[in-house]
Design a protein around this ligand. Structure first.
Ligand SMILES: Cc1cc2nc3c(=O)[nH]c(=O)nc-3n(C[C@H](O)[C@H](O)[C@H](O)COP(=O)(O)OP(=O)(O)OC[C@H]3O[C@@H](n4cnc5c(N)ncnc54)[C@H](O)[C@@H]3O)c2cc1C
Length: 462
């Protein structure tokens, strides 16, 4: 029996599962696992199905989906200041739960509709020196083995492999996470050029920072937007902003969507639009914003309140067509970033001048993620790194693959499990001992092999 399709973000990948199951509670999930084992049916787990690379889309599998109403409990422990979350909870729900308690997650990605579990197990990250990988905040996991039995794990040696495990080691029914008090930041935004990048990064050191390169903004020395955060020790009034109004909001969105449609149809305009950045850059002052301690999305939207609660900025949205793009992401060591930017700039010029012409979909996003010592399969494990996001039109999948291949030939790339195109070379820079231990954990909990995420070319069985 076949069911309807399961789609990844922007419908780039799809699969037709044997059937889709939406467990409402723990007993239902346990009996489902037992039934699948007795019938020898293969399966995989799905959160919000937002991973770009289709790791969650597997043909002919039973798709066990947490994007429903079940497994929604959130509990806060006042003594340990940790929060326990079930698999159906989204990042947004968790953030809203924590806010009135004056607490927040150690870090967070750019979007809040994902399930906490889906985000954690793929190595979703924000930025900063410590705990940039959200899963670094996990202190305990409740896992079901293939017989549906509960295994509670809180020893570091096993958590290290479970934190980022992309649904390969078993179904996680709940996790316990560290929280931190709500914080306030001074955010500085500036524009620089590639030739100034090295010295600027040396000045910034370990401050949390993110960069956005506009590859077509200048033929020789492209512009880069830089944002860095400094934590404030005492309260400062945050920047005032007004709540959006429906009329202005709808008109602004209509203009933005029209521009996005034109951009998708005529990518040839992208170099021209990016050249404008160069023209404005010469007149632009650095911008400093004080975030609100209650803010839920300050890591990507520095103005107080949620971005969705205000009228959209038309100018800013012109330069964020990335939301409508296919995103490939990899991690590279910190000392390779400047060379990587030069390389991508050159690649952009080369592909733009070939026939057919190919264009990046806007900017190259990069975040400093420090190094993780807690999540063995994370892209920054034991290596101080940047995560690099490259965006493509949804019709340019071959181009995206060619770019990832070229980068992998020159740089020490490691995978982002929800964004990288899963090709065999991504395992080359993972320490052999880490890979071996990860495979052993799989044998411990899931020796039947019925649990199968879509790992593309990656061979974790041999
Ligand atoms: C608009 C947008 C913005 C994004 N921003 C960022 C960002 O800022 N930083 C970043 O790092 N990433 C980002 N991502 C990537 C995204 O965070 C990850 O791909 C994440 O996995 C998506 O979560 P999900 O709930 O949709 O998981 P899914 O895509 O549904 O599943 C991902 C994996 O999780 C596994 N899984 C799901 N539930 C369970 C479970 N209960 N037990 C075990 N395994 C399970 C699945 O098997 C699958 O392998 C973004 C994606 C989008 C679409």
């Amino acid at each position: 029996m076949k069911t309807d399709y399961l789609y990844s973000w922007l419908k780039i990948h799809k699969s037709q599962p044997t059937f889709k199951a939406y467990p409402k509670d723990l007993p239902e999930l346990q009996s489902l696992l037992r039934e699948l084992k007795s019938k020898g049916l293969s399966y995989n787990f799905v959160g919000s199905s937002h991973s770009y690379n289709g790791i969650q889309c597997v043909e002919d599998n039973v798709a066990i989906i947490f994007d429903g109403s079940g497994l929604k409990s959130i509990e806060y422990d006042y003594a340990t200041q940790e929060v326990t979350v079930e698999s159906g909870v989204t990042i947004e729900e968790l953030k809203f739960f924590l806010r009135p308690l004056g607490r927040q997650l150690l870090n967070s990605g750019n979007y809040m509709k994902q399930r906490v579990i889906g985000a954690l197990v793929t190595g979703t990250h924000g930025y900063g020196h410590e705990n940039a990988i959200m899963a670094d905040g996990i202190t305990a996991v409740k896992l079901l083995n293939e017989d549906g039995e509960i295994v509670e794990i809180n020893d570091e040696a096993t958590l290290k492999y479970l934190r980022v495990s992309f649904g390969y080691l078993g179904v996680i029914v709940s996790i316990k996470l560290k929280t931190k008090p709500n914080e306030q930041y001074k955010v500085t935004q500036k524009l620089l050029t590639l030739s100034n990048l090295q010295t600027t990064l040396e000045d910034i050191g370990d401050k949390p920072h993110a960069l956005t390169m506009f590859p077509y903004s200048d033929a020789e020395d492209p512009y880069i937007g830089l944002v860095f955060l400094e934590k404030l020790d005492s309260y400062h009034p945050p920047k005032e902003v007004s709540v959006g109004t429906p009329t202005i909001g709808s008109i602004s969105w209509a203009i933005i969507k029209l521009f996005w449609t034109i951009d998708a149809r005529f990518p040839i305009i992208r170099p021209f639009v990016q050249r404008l950045i160069g023209i404005f850059a010469r007149r632009r002052e650095d911008e400093i914003i004080i975030t609100s301690p209650e803010d839920l999305d300050y890591l990507y939207d520095y103005h107080p309140m949620l971005e969705s609660e205000r009228n959209p900025s038309i100018l800013k949205k012109f330069f964020t067509t990335t939301f409508t793009a296919y995103n490939i992401g990899v991690f590279v060591p910190r000392n390779e970033l400047v060379d990587l930017f030069s390389f991508i700039h050159t690649l952009g010029k080369r592909f733009k001048n070939q026939r057919p012409r190919r264009y990046f979909k806007n900017s190259i996003g990069t975040r400093y993620v420090g190094k993780s010592t807690k999540s063995a399969m994370a892209g920054n494990f034991e290596v101080e790194s940047y995560s690099v996001d490259i965006f493509f039109s949804t019709t340019d999948l071959k181009f995206a693959e060619a770019v990832q291949d070229e980068i992998a030939k020159q740089f020490t790339v490691r995978p982002h499990w929800g964004k990288s195109i899963l090709k065999s070379y991504l395992l080359e820079n993972i320490t052999p001992e880490v890979l071996e231990n990860f495979k052993q954990k799989r044998q411990e909990y899931y020796s039947s092999g019925l649990l199968r995420p879509n790992l593309g070319e990656l061979d974790l069985e041999s």
